[in-house]
Design a protein around this ligand. Sequence first.
Ligand code: ZN
Length: 609
Amino acid sequence: MKLGIGYVLFMLVIGGVAITANAQKSGATAPGLTQLEKMTSRFAPTPLRVDTSKLSPGDQQALVKLIEAAGILNDLFLRQMWSGNIALYSWLQKDTTPVGKARLHYFWLNKGPWSDIDEYRAFLPGVPPRKLPGANFYPENMSKQDFESWVAMLPEDQQKEAKGFFSVIRWKEQTEPQKSGPKSSSARSSASTANRELISVPYSEEYKEDLTQAANLLREAAALTDNGSLKKFLNLRADAFLSDDYYESDLSWMDLDAPLDITIGPYETYNDEIFGYKAAFEAYVNVRDEEETAKLSTFSRLLQHIEDNLPIDPQYRNSKLGTTAAIRVVDQILATGDGAHGVQTAAYNLPNDERIVQQKGSKRVMLKNIQEAKFRSVLLPIARRTLSKSALVDVNFELFFTHILAHELMHGLGPHQINVQGRDTTVRAELKEIYSAIEEAKADVTGLFALQYMMDHAKDLGLGDTLPSDAAAQRQLYTTYLASSFRTLRFGLNDAHGKGMAMQFNFFTDKGAYVEHADGTFSVDLDKIKLAVAELDHDLLTLEAQGDYAGAKQMLDELAVVRTPLKRTLDSLQEIPTDIEPIFSTAEELAPSMKQQPAVKPMRKKKTR
Ligand code: ZN
């Protein structure tokens, strides 16, 4: 599961819909140069430079191999998204007119001819009007029914493979699609599907050439690194690319804790909008952030102490917290494939394989430099427009990121297993569809509470320089949080984070902790916000402890709304970029031969089994 810093789904407020709706009505003309440039400008170009000088000499050499391996996954992902993608990309590269260049740019940003943040509407002529629900995991003219009736007739082990993460579905004796250009996919008659049979082709066969090349590079990197956990993961993942059995390598990825950090493979299934079965390839090549890693371990040691002091009735506190979820903080050097289109991933939780999650839990990787880039390109402009002049100086990235860390840790605190009128149950089961909104708000507010608590007791807790705790730092924490709440709210209330944030915004405003000024800007009342945070945290934790669905529902109905002053403020943010467009400067310098752009391959006959 991955998260952008904002939540991507509802872009109405950003004007995305207005941009393409006109152009794409029933096959109308594709956006022209001006429109394309406007669409592209929603992503602020941001060079990503990462200091790799502290890596060991072996890791520095391994890094080059990993960048090259990751680059191959761009090519692979383009193939997975659409059968016409590679040919289209090569056609775009030959077009040197201004509109051709603008198309190529936006294509690469989306890794396809459909605009991610405009509900995947086409921005190029001659392509399907929207991303295909089955991407290129299934034949374009296969119906859901075709698949289901075929699977029903298979023996159990073959059913498993057909529905598995790591295979594509094809018509038997279907040859690879024509590579003649963007119009090639338009009309394959569904009548011709009669009497044809589906087959499942494992990724290791379907993408043999690319996966073999990537596996070789992973093995070369494994031979170069001096870190045991990285060596083990790379060798096992190379094996998995060729065997389609990712289990052992997923386990070893959970144990990976190395200065040079990588996530590479087929993971998320969002792009399979028919069944959600098929995993798309992606890679993230990272360097561990040692400073944040140290901060994290300090905070982790204090979790039980914070739990014991949460602002709730002591009977609801958990006297023995379970093991905390694995978290890594890294700086990203390169992202490719599914990890590099549309809104950029700021953090991800993997793996998705339930067997691993049961056995070892999952690991959360937080991309600090991506968060910082978004902070500078999106949050600071929002702050300039929404905060009073005197508040603006208090917007601070370090405290922004520290709160995000605290948020993640706080999901582990507070009530989870509860007892309601003698019945053992869970908060999730009791709060049902509103659980996520309440739990996200709880993590936010408990994060503020915990940081305030640590700031108040910094000396006793021996925090040293880990967390600044003076009055300025406290102002920075809450003011930055206020600015970031506008960023979250911009994405609308359909998302759990948006709902939870609207509730907090109105609660704090009603308590006089957020103050609106005559010129429409906002600031924080430091004394009032401390009290309001403890009060709201008490309410949220108590709702969870009591599994109080009715109470939680009432609170959301009253507070998770956009009132007029907030609406006015959000409306004023339309011209601010939605996200960043990363430019992988360090990766390009270290591995100039990196396959950023896929080569067009000669047609070859697809194997059948
Ligand atoms: Zn959360």
